[in-house]
Design a protein around this ligand. Structure first.
Ligand SMILES: Cc1cc2nc3c(=O)[nH]c(=O)nc-3n(C[C@H](O)[C@H](O)[C@H](O)COP(=O)(O)O)c2cc1C
Length: 206
């Protein structure tokens, strides 16, 4: 089948998020200007630069995470393991801004090193970020998208020492849970190595 984006697809559900999949889940922690710690999952999340290291998440409207990031200038990405899937899901509840999802989910947190917002204590890795841009994308019809893209530069990297093996972050052990379409998630399968043609700029040293 082929359909134009402005036409009906005729399927039971919009397939878009199943086509752009699997997506890493950014478990985004922030702090409000009142000092309330906030935590929520964002699968419109990814890395966009490695020098400097930068990540983004996109919020459908200005939710608590995006508003906190805008007002405080910081957020932290927490890695989501398969074992954390249920508690991650709990933190997606539409809690009011004065309710911390850390409390709601009974999740211990620890203070950030380079940012004033906390991170989830028991994750394999986390990236502390300083906000660089907040963008509301233009659409081809001349309107603004309903999403707000929050971009941050990484200022601090936490890795649980138990997840470092042979000088590498042990991704297989960290066992990421990824978002697919519909209500589906994916769990990592077998890893494989591929070298880039003409030498690999992402060789072992980087
Ligand atoms: C796995 C998962 C991924 C999600 N990804 C997004 C996303 O990319 N953008 C978004 O706006 N909401 C997303 N949501 C919904 C938010 O987590 C939810 O609206 C949450 O209440 C927002 O919390 P906040 O207001 O504290 O930021 C996702 C939910 C789940 C369970």
């Amino acid at each position: 089948m082929f359909y134009r984006a402005d036409e009906a697809h005729g399927l039971a559900h919009n397939p878009f998020k199943a086509i752009v999949a699997p997506r890493p889940i950014g478990w985004i922690s922030t702090i409000s200007t009142d000092g309330i710690a906030n935590l929520a999952p964002y699968s419109f999340f990814n890395a966009i630069s490695d020098t400097p290291m930068m990540v983004m998440f996109a919020s459908g409207g200005v939710k608590d995470s995006a508003r906190n990031a805008q007002e405080t200038g910081v957020f932290t990405y927490n890695f989501v393991s398969h074992s954390a899937r249920d508690v991650m899901n709990v933190t997606s509840a539409p809690a009011p801004p004065n309710q911390s999802e850390f409390e709601l989910a009974g999740l211990p947190m620890v203070a950030g090193e380079t940012v004033p917002c906390p991170r989830v204590r028991d994750v394999p890795a986390a990236l502390e970020c300083q906000v660089t841009n907040i963008i509301q994308p233009d659409t081809i019809s001349g309107d603004k998208a309903a999403y707000v893209v929050v971009i941050g530069e990484v200022t601090g990297i936490f890795i649980d020492d138990n997840h470092i093996a042979d000088g590498r972050f042990d991704l297989a052990k960290a066992d990421p849970i990824m978002r697919a379409g519909y209500r589906d998630y994916m769990r990592g399968g077998k890893m494989l190595e591929l070298s880039r043609p003409g030498g690999d700029p992402n060789g072992p040293k980087r």
